[in-house]
Design a protein around this ligand. Structure first.
Ligand SMILES: [Zn+2]
Length: 175
């Protein structure tokens, strides 16, 4: 087992995660205000940038981001859960996280099969994003998303991205 994997398993299974969560959560409540959000959908290279209020409805932004991260193979779309964007807005103040590279958003059935996604993948429901990050920020960002307790967080350091979703019940894994 490599070092990153061992550390990730430690964070996600032990008391260490709880210790880490406290200051992070306090910080997020403090910063729960309107933020800038800049997203690039890498399959198409298209971008969206605008203001995002993690406590608000963000109707225009939600619509624009749903269109941006539609299935790029078929053009099919379902509304993408706005809590996913709120999570990115909340933690987006870190240096190096000015722009989010989303590599997978909504997936139609054929696309999900093509990429080998789970049959009940949260991507099928518009409730998951895969985000590419620089290696140095990957693990820390995954932990901060985990602190928000939206659902699943998967770390894929070999491929340089993390998955997170809003399934509601906590789940963590290492790809
Ligand atoms: Zn994913």
């Amino acid at each position: 087992m490599d070092t990153t994997r061992r550390r990730w398993m430690g964070w996600t299974t032990g008391a260490a995660a709880l210790c880490l969560a406290r200051p992070a959560l306090a910080q997020m409540r403090y910063r729960r205000s309107i933020s800038r959000l800049h997203v690039i959908f890498t399959p198409t290279g298209r971008e969206w940038r605008g203001f995002w209020d993690p406590a608000g409805a963000n109707e225009e932004g939600t619509e624009a981001l749903t269109a941006l991260c539609a299935d790029h193979r078929t053009g099919a779309r379902v509304p993408i859960d706005r809590r996913l964007w709120s999570a990115l807005a909340l933690i987006g103040g870190d240096p190096g996280l000015a722009r989010w590279e989303v590599i997978s958003g909504y997936r139609s059935q054929p696309s999900n099969i093509e990429v080998g996604g789970a049959a009940d993948s949260q991507h099928r429901r518009g409730k998951a994003l895969d985000v590419r990050l620089p290696p140095a920020l990957l693990e820390r960002t995954a932990l901060r998303i985990m602190d928000l307790r939206l659902g699943g967080v998967g770390l894929y350091p070999q491929h340089g991205f993390l998955h997170f979703d809003t399934r509601g019940t906590p789940a963590t894994w290492y790809g």
